[in-house]
Write a protein that binds this ligand. Structure first.
Ligand SMILES: NCCCNCCCCCS
Ligand SMILES: [Zn+2]
Length: 343
């Protein structure tokens, strides 16, 4: 399987995130991608190639122009105030506040375009997220050109990013950008299977009222888990999209037997949908030792996960999302790919 990777991810390394009431070193860090790349090479998964340049148009097929413009200029506006530390929001437009106007100052914009304080913006963030999207687009191109599968080793991740807001370490929604690009290249239906521990609220919201993308996600129950405010089982899609959104919230402590049951049901729904391609949001923070998550999957479960995904028998693009147990992220992510290939 071909892997697309760019070292440019290193330009994004937030110093701190607000987690559980205190500023903590960012869990989403460069060593995550290093470990996955090392494992790809160690098992001889296949060729590793750099991304092509796709410019901003694929981003604008999924994200609003105002949001992309904000991401491109945020650091400039922040540092123009003499601030050399990471940019973070301090106020958000919750119920009853107005969002019909975009604030003029960077503090207002940061809150307007963010859902949480897990998205530090640094001097290199724009370049890193742009390249992460190019990585997804390049791997997408491989699948669009007939490859059975490809792996977009994206960093930063993307599935919490919606059309016009960032959150949960995500800025540009790599998987959504790639899914939309597959449709723009002739696919009639694309399924997105999100196996990250956290609900892909951004991906769901982007395609919620559409029938040409089916979204299936298995994740920690938002009643007790981040992102808290989306990802419930009663979210089936809206309008023409009704029936094309399937959430499988699972309780803290869920291990493989419970996970497998949800995954098998989600895969049956995707098989019935008969997509022209599948995009897998490959987060492995479902691992038993993940520092910020509460599922109990083991290294070997990821081989079975890959095997089950292969049974959809559709061209498949794997897009790297979360996974914060850095020692095991490479083994777990690559096990899915090896399982998919029947190894
Ligand atoms: N107490 C848990 C806080 C989680 N904060 C953000 C998690 C983002 C995961 C991205 S895959
Ligand atoms: Zn996650």
């Amino acid at each position: 399987m071909l892997t697309i990777y760019s070292d440019t991810h290193r330009l994004h390394y937030g110093q701190a995130e607000l987690m559980d009431g205190k500023m903590q070193p960012c869990f989403e860090k460069p060593s995550r991608a290093d470990m996955v790349l090392d494992r790809v090479k160690a098992v001889g998964l296949g060729e590793v190639r750099g991304p092509d340049e796709f410019g901003q148009s694929p981003l604008l097929r999924v994200h609003s122009a105002a949001y992309v413009e904000f991401l491109e200029n945020a650091w400039k506006e922040w540092s123009a105030l003499g601030r050399s530390h990471d940019a973070l929001p301090l106020v958000w437009p919750v119920r009853g506040l107005r969002t019909d106007r975009i604030p003029a100052d960077i503090d207002g914009k940061l809150g307007y375009f963010a859902m949480d304080a897990g998205v530090p913006i640094t001097a290199g963030t724009w370049e890193a997220i742009r390249q992460s999207a190019n990585v997804a687009m390049t791997a997408m191109q491989e699948v669009a050109n007939g490859a059975k599968s490809a792996f977009a080793l994206c960093r930063p991740p993307g599935h919490h990013a919606a059309a016009d807001y960032m959150g949960g370490y995500c800025y540009l929604n790599n998987a959504a950008i790639a899914a939309q690009a597959l449709l723009d290249r002739g696919a009639k239906k694309v399924a997105i299977l999100d196996v990250d521990y956290h609900h892909g609220n951004g991906t769901q919201s982007i395609f919620y009222d559409r029938a040409d993308v089916m979204f299936v996600s298995i994740h920690g129950d938002p009643m007790v888990e981040y992102p808290h405010f989306l990802g419930f089982a009663d979210e089936y899609g809206a309008g023409p999209g009704f029936g094309f959104n399937h959430n499988y919230p699972l309780p803290h402590g869920a291990a493989w037997p419970m996970y497998e049951q949800a995954l098998a049901d989600g895969i049956r729904k995707i098989q019935a949908y008969a997509p022209d391609a599948v995009v897998v949001s490959l987060g492995v923070d479902t691992f038993k030792d993940d520092p910020i998550s509460q599922f109990k999957l083991e290294n070997s479960d990821y081989l079975t996960m890959g095997k089950m995904i292969a049974e959809i028998a559709s061209p498949t693009l794997f897009v790297m999302e979360g996974g914060y147990a850095v020692e095991d992220i490479g083994v777990n992510a690559v096990n899915v790919l090896l399982g998919f290939e029947g190894k």
